[in-house]
Design a protein around this ligand. Structure first.
Ligand code: UDP
Ligand code: MG
Length: 314
């Protein structure tokens, strides 16, 4: 039995690159089919994440030209992670093995050949790992570095320099889909799935055309989700901070009692003001962080759909 491969591609306003991407991805997929034990009916599944440009028309046109190009259209923009989940959900219904890759082909599509070879040798998850970051801006490099170090310190295991370019077997995808959280940070979940994993290394290139669809605001929101969905360390830190503040309070109490008993002058109100401000600050930080977790709980408890599919092709 030949394994069927589906390549899932999230696309948000990608008219500038999509025609070329589809062409390249089909070429690589054909090469994989020729080289390895892969079903010739293997396909592409492009997920249009509520684009406002020609993206959906391009998908429709390509589908008419080649029945191996399938499409999903969201009713609005639900974000990269949800587009991936939708694509994986659909693909896992028919495909034995699925690869996710960004539409801008910054991740080397040729690595997919190696990924599939590993899959055929019994690996369930193959991470695409870039061995360079010089194509990113200084800001993106530094902020990403700090983010990954922080998560690591907090005990969240992430594969370094891996984004969402990966191969997954059908059973690995079905396991991923059991993680029903709304605040999605897929690359944090994958290491929790288990199974045999491996890596392929590649050089990340600049975007072929168009602009990044991850402006600073989206990137920060994504990082914040990653942090607070995978770690309760910030809440623990507050507990420690509270203990420390109380300990200081006890010392201050003893000190003022002793000085008073010894008949020394009562200290001025400045120390009082300082402690009020510091404690007030601690309390506000605590409330903020606790609020963040309650907010997360609220969105999870609602169990809202993670995406809405408006149209399907193929
Ligand atoms: N993307 C998406 N929905 C969004 C933002 C991005 O589906 O709301 C897709 C985008 O079309 C691309 C991938 O996610 O295929 C990664 O985005 P991009 O390349 O702009 O991110 P960067 O490489 O700059 O981090
Ligand atoms: Mg990109």
């Amino acid at each position: 039995m030949l394994s069927k491969l589906t390549i899932v591609v999230p696309a948000f306003n990608e008219e500038a690159v999509l025609p070329d991407s589809i062409k390249t991805l089909l070429e690589v997929e054909n090469r994989i089919i020729d080289l390895q034990n892969i079903d010739p009916a293997s396909n592409l599944l492009i997920v249009d994440d509520g684009s406002k440009d020609e993206t959906w028309n391009i998908i429709q046109r390509e589908h008419q030209l080649n029945a191996r190009v399938d499409g999903l259209k969201f009713s609005r923009n639900f974000g990269h992670q949800n587009a991936l989940i939708a694509g994986l959900t659909e693909a896992a219904k028919v495909a034995d093995v699925i690869i996710t890759i960004d539409a801008d082909l910054q991740d080397d599509p040729n690595s997919m050949v190696e990924m599939v070879a590993k899959y055929l040798n019994g690996i369930d998850i193959v991470y695409g790992v870039r061995n360079n970051r010089e194509t990113d801006t200084w800001f993106k490099r530094t902020s990403a570095g700090i983010f990954y170090k922080t998560l690591n310190l907090l005990g969240v295991k992430l594969v370094q320099n891996h984004a969402d370019f990966r191969l997954m077997s059908q059973r690995a995808v079905l396991t991923l889909l059991k993680y029903q959280e709304r605040n999605l940070f897929i690359r944090g979940i994958i290491p929790l799935i288990g199974f045999n994993t491996d890596k392929v290394f590649y050089k990340r290139t600049p975007r072929m055309a168009g602009e990044s669809k991850y402006p600073l605001k989206k990137m920060l929101a994504f990082a914040w989700d990653g942090l607070t969905s995978f770690s309760i360390a910030p809440v623990r830190a507050i507990l420690l901070l509270g203990c420390f503040a109380s300990f200081l309070g006890i010392i201050a109490l003893v000190y003022s009692t002793v000085t008073k008993l010894l008949g020394l002058t009562v200290h001025g109100w400045s120390s009082l003001m300082i402690s009020i401000w510091i404690l007030g600050g601690f309390q506000m930080i605590s409330l903020g962080v606790i609020g963040e977790y309650i907010g997360k709980l609220t969105t999870e408890v609602k169990q809202r759909p993670r995406f809405t599919i408006e149209k399907k092709l193929g």
